[in-house]
Ligand binder design. Structure first.
Ligand code: PLP
Length: 630
């Protein structure tokens, strides 16, 4: 557990069993049960589903919704706050139908609502929001259709709040409202001046593309007053950015937001609601503080500080406590899914031990051969200087051998022997440096000998887009064999043929490293399985079809009456489906390939029987999973 930090980033949801397997804690009635993730995968395989698979735990979603809502309920009670908490889940963070269904189901008792940032999201939200006391907050750019839908929904008794993101939106909303004879409930989004750190902070500050500055807010207030509709302005909204690492920044923003809120009340707007947007962070790396993947506060502290900051400002101004909305997405849904992949292959340097050179070797090959003998012959404690000298000579000879090869003086076979000897010497250097506890800052080529490449059955671009695009760290670890010590330092590559398709930043041993300790494996036999955790937020739909690797298989599980139940199984994309996304027509592909096959029969390259078998293989390929099948 210490190696991979699972007790830190796993919160209370993931742990390691006595059998050395990762378990997830799921609730069965009032009891919590530890369920082995490898067992879930085994059961899934027996049902005919292959890796890679995304496993969803609806129970963890329920747990998170409860934690957030109970956190605010407690903070409100303890501070004798007079407003209510009415959180909304931002659909964009994970739009899958199953997520929205579960969020609205588990959130019902808290009147937990939805945030829609686009027309499709509003259309989804309207079909799932059955609670007249919960809000639907509409952010994002709004056209006439979007506005009309929001107004109609209001008439039906659904609490839709339309947020002004740009000054120009107000005219269109007022025009449509007049035409349909339905008054809108409006919010206004401001750009905060409070600075917050983190990857996504620019989506909230003065540089944000969304939101009005204070003079634009005042212009909107004046316009509403002029047409007698200032009572429609009900909410102030801001969004600081996602994954805000520091509670101080959260608090400062709440103070600034509350001040603007008070100002709007003093201007005569009806108000009543303050929406703090998202930003509640989770710990991806389990480190205590100071990293972008972490935070210096928990949900309880977040709720208490926000309530305290808002009540201080409003009490001082003698303004009623507003109801509070937050739009936490990441914190609600990140734990919900885990990607399980199998390792397909490994690539590591292993010395074959060249015994002798061919007759009349080139001088350089002889030099590097003798250098190996000199290095390996020196078993006792060589000095740092001596090791450095061996390293420098090996690098020098290898470069010379390469350049002589390029000018045609050394054959391919001779070069290959030179490379073997070079790697063997570097392996010796690496082990001697390690034994003596020396640092190897000036020996950057040692990294390569120390690192194994494990090829995982997944695509970073499809399943972990933020790992590739913004270097976000996700916890990765084996889900079994955890009673054994991992001995290999590994960089994890995916199966796209893109050099960016890899993971080389990992959290382990309480720090961030460029390799992950994994077990030595045999490729034949039982799958070696890795879990990539906390992938429930933002990863599912931001992913792309690089190399035409599509959606993975998905299973949803829960515990019922003490037994594991697979509540939903979704097959990942087939080859034929991903080809359709990029405008191929599978029937046309088969037709074209059949023409080619028939020509091959005519030219007697293949028999008619072989044509049949080849066409079967082609069509089977089209029906298959885009990932490696075994
Ligand atoms: N609300 C708005 C307006 C956003 O842009 C975002 C995402 O950045 C969120 C809420 C969700 O933020 P988070 O996932 O950090 O809670």
């Amino acid at each position: 557990a210490e190696t991979y930090g699972i007790r830190e980033w796993g919160n209370q949801y993931f742990d390691i069993s006595a059998k050395g397997e990762v378990v997830v804690h799921l609730r069965d009635g009032n009891k919590t049960k530890a369920v082995s993730i490898p067992d879930i995968v085994r059961g899934m395989k027996e049902r005919g589903m292959q890796l890679p698979v995304l496993i969803r735990f609806g129970d963890l979603l329920r747990w998170r919704i409860e934690e957030l809502n109970e956190g605010f309920a407690t903070a409100i009670r303890e501070a004798a706050y007079r407003g209510k908490y009415r959180g909304v889940y931002p659909i964009k963070v994970n739009q899958q139908q199953e997520v929205i269904e579960e969020v609205t189901k588990y959130g019902r008792k808290y009147h937990y609502g939805l945030e829609a940032g686009s027309k499709p999201e509003l259309i989804a939200a309207l079909a799932y929001m059955q609670d007249p006391e919960a809000y639907i907050v509409c952010n994002g750019y709004k056209d006439e259709e979007f506005i009309d839908l929001a107004l109609y929904a209001r008439k039906m008794g659904i609490q839709v709040l339309m947020v002004l993101e740009m000054p120009s939106e107000l005219d269109l909303i007022l025009e449509r409202s007049k035409k349909l004879g339905i008054e809108p409930a409006l919010g206004v989004r401001i750009r905060l001046t409070t600075e917050s750190a983190g990857h996504w902070s620019e989506s909230g500050g003065e540089k944000s593309v969304f939101g009005l500055n204070i003079s634009q807010v005042m212009a909107a207030v004046d316009k509403l007053r002029d047409c007698g509709m200032l009572h429609c302005l009900r909410m102030l909204h801001y969004h600081q950015g996602s994954q805000i690492p520091s509670i101080r920044a959260i608090r400062n923003a709440a103070v600034e937001g509350a001040r603007v809120y008070v100002g709007l009340v003093q201007e005569g707007a009806k108000m009543g609601i303050l929406d703090l947007g998202g930003g509640l962070a989770i710990s991806y790396d389990g480190l205590k503080s100071g990293s972008e993947g972490s935070s210096d506060y928990g949900t309880k502290e977040y709720c208490a500080d926000v309530i305290e900051a808002i009540s201080e400002v409003t009490d001082e101004a003698g303004v009623e406590h507003p109801d509070i909305i937050t739009e936490s997405g990441r914190a609600v849904v990140a734990y919900y899914s885990v990607l399980v992949i199998n390792v397909l292959d490994i690539n590591r340097y292993e010395a074959s031990g060249i015994k002798r050179l061919p007759k009349k070797p080139p001088a350089l090959l002889k030099n590097i051969f003798d250098l190996r003998a000199k290095a390996l012959g020196n078993g006792a404690n060589p000095s740092r200087e001596y090791i450095q000298e061996i390293y420098n000579d090996a690098v020098y000879y290898r470069e010379k051998i390469r350049s002589e090869f390029n000018s045609g003086k050394i054959t391919l076979r001779q070069r290959s022997m030179g490379e073997e000897l070079y790697w063997e010497i570097l392996t010796w250097v690496s082990s001697k440096m390690q034994e003596a506890g020396h640092t190897s800052d000036q020996m950057d080529r040692l990294e390569a000998v120390k690192t194994d490449y494990y090829y995982g059955n997944f695509s970073v671009f499809q399943s972990l887009p933020d790992s590739w695009a913004i270097d976000q760290l996700f916890p990765v670890m084996p889900i079994h064999r955890l009673g054994e010590k991992p001995t290999r330092p590994v960089v994890l590559s995916d199966i796209t043929c893109d050099s960016d398709g890899k993971m080389d930043r990992f959290i382990h041993s309480q720090d961030i490293h460029s390799t992950l300790p994994l077990h030595d494996i045999k490729i034949e036999g039982e799958d070696y399985m890795l879990g990539i955790f906390l992938v429930g937020a933002y990863q599912e739909t931001l992913g792309d079809l690089h190399n035409l690797l599509g959606d993975t298989n998905v299973v949803s599980v829960r515990i019922e009456g003490g037994r594991l139940k697979y509540t939903r199984e979704l097959e990942g994309d087939t080859v034929s489906e991903v080809l359709t996304y990029v405008e191929y027509e599978p029937k046309e592909l088969i037709r074209r390939f059949r023409v080619l096959a028939e020509e091959a029969v005519v030219k007697k390259h293949i028999s008619a029987r072989e044509r049949f078998e080849i066409m079967e293989a082609y069509e089977e390929g089209l029906r298959g999973y885009t990932y490696f099948e075994s």
